[in-house]
Write a protein that binds this ligand. Structure first.
Ligand code: NAI
Length: 344
């Protein structure tokens, strides 16, 4: 049996991981705690650990895990910006789930856009109180509006197809444009200037941190709607709040938030929220915050458990598996993964 310590478990994770664990010879120990400096030592005696997006895995934690004999970090997510992949290189192998349901995330992005545009969040509350007034609920037709999509990978492409279904004009920016897509790729500045709505579907990297900031917001149309289902760090939340207060940003849909780490995925009702920026954003009538929920469909949970357990088994059985990541990945000369080898 392969022994894996599973951090940050939620009730919806357990059925899938128990099923695939049993079938594939993995014994999971489920822990509710996040992985952090206090809980890293619990991994002693395990072959690997399984973590999610808000488990921060820095150099110190990597070193402690390594000294305790942990050989594998199996991420239950696509993004791996929470892991110091450079520090892990040569010590612990890192695997991720590159896609579990791009439909789930793209559909959630559109659900948020539709909600904020047509104020269904307000209508829901009003009619429960028998308030049938329509005042203040006016939206716009999405048909013929321009949506700017940043990142045209798996999720971005599906979101684009959904937008096209609504008769929207799509423009896009990607660091690596896909020549096979029939898409109008533009530079970022042009995208900011022309878009009625902007949806983020690129990974968070050092170069695009705070891509949405006071300067880029200034370039945008007055009334622009911003949708972020990607990573919180892509948006400077204070600048976004200012843009909203100045009535320049028409609405914001945030499924992710830069400082979400200790908040999202947990029930904090009854607690005082120390984060003034998040509190102010939530208080705005034209901001919709969901707590990193975009992925949460039955299909995605099934696929996450399936791929993560396959990654674990492949690693320990020495099978080829392209879901390993390291800081050299993508680098033409050095990337061993491209040659179907382990990263080190
Ligand atoms: P993907 O890897 O298929 O596509 C990402 C695209 O972004 C690629 O086309 C890539 O060329 C492009 N890109 C890379 N760097 C860029 C940059 N600096 N500027 C513009 N484009 C850039 O990834 P996928 O599956 O479409 O996921 C996109 C993001 O969605 C993930 O990185 C993750 O952060 C987020 N995500 C959020 C979830 C949620 O529940 N809210 C769930 C799953 C993913």
């Amino acid at each position: 049996m392969i022994k894996i310590l599973f951090y940050d478990v939620k009730p919806y994770d357990i059925p899938g991981f128990e099923k695939f664990g049993k079938e594939r010879g993995i014994a999971f120990k489920f822990l509710e705690s996040h992985l952090n400096h206090d809980t890293a030592s619990l991994a002693k005696g395990y072959d690997g650990i399984c973590v999610f997006v808000n488990d921060k895995i820095d150099k110190e934690i990597i070193d402690e895990l390594y000294q305790n004999g942990v050989k594998l970090i199996a991420l239950r997510s696509a993004g791996f910006n929470n892991v110091d992949v450079k520090a892990a290189f040569g010590k612990i192998h890192i695997y991720r789930v590159p896609a579990y349901s791009p439909y789930a995330v793209a559909e959630h992005a559109m659900a948020m856009l539709l909600t904020m545009n047509r104020r269904t969040h307000k209508a829901y509350i009003r009619t429960r109180d028998y308030n049938f007034s329509l005042n203040g609920l006016t939206g716009v037709d999405l048909h013929n509006k321009t949506v700017g999509v940043i990142g045209t990978g798996k999720i971005g492409k599906i979101f684009i197809d959904i937008c096209k279904g609504f008769g929207m004009n799509v423009i896009a920016y990607d660091k690596f444009p896909n020549p096979n897509y029939d898409l109008e790729y533009v530079e970022l500045e042009e995208l900011f200037k022309r878009s009625d709505f902007i949806s983020l579907h690129c990974p968070l990297t050092e170069e695009n941190k705070h891509l949405i900031n006071k300067d880029t917001i200034k370039l945008m149309k007055k009334g622009v709607g911003i949708i972020n289902t990607s990573r919180g760090g892509l948006v400077n939340a204070i600048d976004l709040l200012d843009g909203i207060k100045e009535r320049h940003v028409g609405f914001a849909c945030l499924d992710v938030y830069e400082e979400e780490g200790d908040l999202f995925f947990e029930d904090r009702s009854g607690h005082i929220l120390d984060d003034d920026t998040l509190r102010s954003l939530i208080a705005m009538p034209n901001v919709l915050v969901t707590a990193h929920q975009a992925f949460l469909t039955e299909e995605a949970l099934f696929n996450i458990a399936d791929t993560t357990t396959k990654n674990i088994v492949d690693f320990f059985n020495g099978n080829n598996n392209s879901n390993e990541v390291c800081y050299l990945c993508g680098n033409q000369e050095n990337c061993k993964r491209k040659r179907k080898e382990k990263c080190f």
